[in-house]
Design a protein around this ligand. Structure first.
Ligand code: MG
Length: 373
């Protein structure tokens, strides 16, 4: 959340609490809780703190994959702008940049949906302040969902507000932070929310996060936008937005930021969908195809059992527990509806079934010989 909102929110709470002590009467709460699937209240001080894990040795600065969108490589802030508009006015030095307290948040010029994000950050050293007032910044995916940046090394705060938290919703599974001044790495898989054509949410945003190589968020689903003691719903229909970095008044440093835009999984088109054109075969013709088919000899031999159940033909491979149905598309050719495969039965001059050419996927055609044709 923004520095301003945080400070106003906290002040507002104190004012409201003080006023309520003198004038309020007991009654139902007029405000709704922030929905937390865990059952914990937001920022609940009793919520268990994640166990501390010493991360592995710091990696040397990693380089971006070839298809990455490089957002900061140590040279300039050209990919960024002020969240309020205009130039990103944070300080560049030694291949990194630093929050300029009071300058406001900065965000990428480009908007993104599903991404794999890599980002490195370092808390101010020597450390100053306590709890949320200690090395606080944040990475907001789509400008809405905060992955907290905080100096949480041997420093106390509420569980859902420490480094690696999806702020106000999910504490990190572990506290894998490094000491102030040391570079730390976030690696994030972000799945943007999905909406139907009327803007109704169909899939929430999801985060998987590694902090210094330690899994701290495991495919967690957000209940809405990041908020401070407030249930803030998703913005209908919004599934893209900039990567935003928070100015919380602390000179947190950042370097080596890149992301990869993640593709949608392709759904089959009508042309891709294949439905076998099934023909009816007399039961006697199906029975003529049943039997045991083999390829090779000895222990390495492949054996396939072809059986009939009612008007349906099945084959069973020795390594698969149940038989699979094959459906006739001609008197001699059958297809495997579950996947891309076909069976071409062969006959000799007397019309006896002698074998089958079996193909499943890209495995090529295997000629199997029928025992006792
Ligand atoms: Mg923050």
């Amino acid at each position: 959340m923004s520095t301003r909102l945080f400070r106003l929110g906290r002040t507002g709470l104190f004012v409201a609490a003080g006023a309520c002590a003198s004038i309020c009467v007991a009654g139902p709460l007029l405000t709704s809780h922030v929905p937390t699937p865990s059952g914990w209240r937001q920022h609940d001080m009793r919520r268990p703190k994640p166990p501390v894990v010493e991360p592995g040795r710091a990696l040397t600065e990693s380089s971006a994959p070839a298809d990455a969108v490089v957002l900061f490589d140590g040279k300039d802030l050209d990919a960024w702008q002020s969240a309020g508009g205009g130039k990103a006015a944070w300080r560049l030095s030694d291949g990194a940049f630093e929050v300029s307290p009071g300058a406001g948040a900065i965000q990428t010029r480009e908007s993104f949906g599903d991404v794999q994000l890599h980002l490195e950050w370092a808390s101010p050293n020597p450390p100053r302040g306590a709890s949320q007032d200690r090395g606080n910044s944040g990475v907001f995916l789509m400008g809405k969902f905060e992955l907290q940046v905080l100096d949480s090394y041997k420093a106390e705060t509420y569980a859902d507000g420490q480094a690696g938290a999806l702020y106000g919703q999910y504490p990190p599974l572990y506290n894998a932070t490094r000491p102030p001044g040391e570079w730390q790495a976030y690696d994030v898989a972000f799945h943007a929310p999905r909406f139907d054509k009327d803007g109704r949410l169909t899939e929430p945003a999801r985060f998987t996060v590694f902090l210094n190589g330690v899994l701290v968020q495991n495919n967690e689903m957000l209940t809405g936008n990041t908020s401070w003691i407030e249930a803030t719903p998703y913005e209908p229909g919004v599934d893209h937005g900039p990567i935003q970095l928070q100015d919380h008044g602390h000179p947190v440093r950042f370097r080596n930021i890149w992301l990869r835009k993640l593709p949608e999984r392709a759904a089959p088109t009508a042309a891709d969908r294949h439905e076998p054109k099934i023909v009816e075969l007399p039961q006697a013709e199906l029975d003529a195809l049943t039997g045991v088919y083999t390829r090779g000899t000895g222990a390495q031999a492949m054996k396939v059992d072809v059986t009939r159940q009612g008007g349906h033909l099945f084959f069973k491979l020795p390594f698969r527990s149940s038989p699979l149905e094959i459906v006739p598309v001609s008197p001699s050719r059958f297809e495997l509806p579950q996947t891309d495969g076909d069976f071409e039965f062969e006959k000799d001059a007397e019309g006896r079934v002698t074998g089958v050419k079996m193909r499943i996927g890209d495995g090529g055609k295997n000629l199997l010989t029928k025992l006792n044709p």
